[in-house]
Design a protein around this ligand. Sequence first.
Ligand SMILES: [Zn+2]
Length: 309
Amino acid sequence: MKYAAMNINFDSLGEAYGFPEGYRDPSFFEVADRLMEIADRYDFKYSIYIIAKDLEKPENRAAVRRWAEAGHEIGSHTYHHPPHLSAMSRAELSEELGRAHGLIAETVGEAPKGFIAPVWSTSAAVLETLIGLGYEYDTSSFPSWLMYPSLAKITANHIGDARMWRFMRRKDYGYFLAGSRTPYLTNGSLFGRDFDPEAPHLTVLPLPTTSTRMACWHTLAFIMDWRRYERILKSCLQSLDAFYYLLHPADMVDASDLEPGRTLHLERLDVPLATKVAYLERAIEHILSDGRKIVTMRELAARAHEALI
Ligand SMILES: [Zn+2]
């Protein structure tokens, strides 16, 4: 049996708007409901990585608790969503990731076991911090050249915004071409060097890429020609055992969810909702027709760990 996971990197509209006071975030309601309807229809559970600051709002906390109760896995996507984890000190990481960890555990009644870094900005210190907090897996690795044009695009989106400067402080520019394309175990080394199975460790599951290191996640379905994107998706499904499919709330945001008068620099906001639903259905059908059973990322990571240890 082959497996796959369906992950949601939960970049909320609230985060994109700068966490405004009194804002009711449709990401946790209308948008999430559309994603949940698809999971129910195809009978699978997501792995959802939450920005813990969103949990300061009781209504968001209640929504996340309901998802956990329905069997979806809840992981961490940091507390404040800083775009430069790779430039942060161990003390800063311990505060940022530890705070998220505690709040997510308190919300769902179980400590998160999986993590994804904002904009895939990672370091040995990030891995060591996660291992110290008892994480079983990390999914912050982006082993593709596509990061360079993506970073240029994200930087352009944030020109004049304070986040751009923090974003440019990241220190992992060399990692994208050298990182492993397949899962590996690590005691905290970014490349899993000198691995000791007896020491505390976690499993790193890199973002799926083709043999030429073209990355695959759902955002690209809106940026590229669908046929070309479909070839990339099929190529990853054929060549990778530990396949996961990465989604974001923006993949299911409708124009009616947006706040008039606030600007957002996100791809795919002008795509009609019916097209968005159809794209996700097509991607899921490819994954299922590859003979894969959709499990949580925690289970996928445990299987990868077992195969590697
Ligand atoms: Zn994010």
